[in-house]
Design a protein around this ligand. Structure first.
Ligand SMILES: [Zn+2]
Length: 96
């Protein structure tokens, strides 16, 4: 079943043309064309926040997948006030 979520624009480039959905057989995520994205893995252990009931495995699995996708959306939409980087880190290119 489809559902609608609201995504904030990309914090790097401001783009609103974003992908949200399945990333691999074991993960969901939100991705911007600029390369920025978040990935949320389907956990091995059943998360306590996900209702599991009865023996209808498909319904439970769908609920789990929906939960993981929503977690990815929540992660993407998170904005920390005053989150400017104040640390310096060393970077270098790697040439084979
Ligand atoms: Zn972007």
């Amino acid at each position: 079943m489809m559902s609608t979520v609201r995504l904030l624009p990309c914090p790097c480039c401001g783009c609103r043309d974003l992908f949200a959905g399945v990333m691999s057989s074991s993960s969901y995520g939100v991705q911007c064309l600029c390369g920025l994205g978040v990935i949320e893995r389907i956990p091995d252990e059943w998360p306590p926040g996900v209702w599991k009931r009865g023996v209808v495995a498909d319904v439970n699995i769908e609920r789990l997948h929906r939960y993981v996708l929503n977690q990815a959306v929540e992660k993407w939409n998170k904005r920390v006030p005053g989150g400017w980087c104040t640390e310096y880190i060393d970077i270098e290119p790697h040439i084979e």
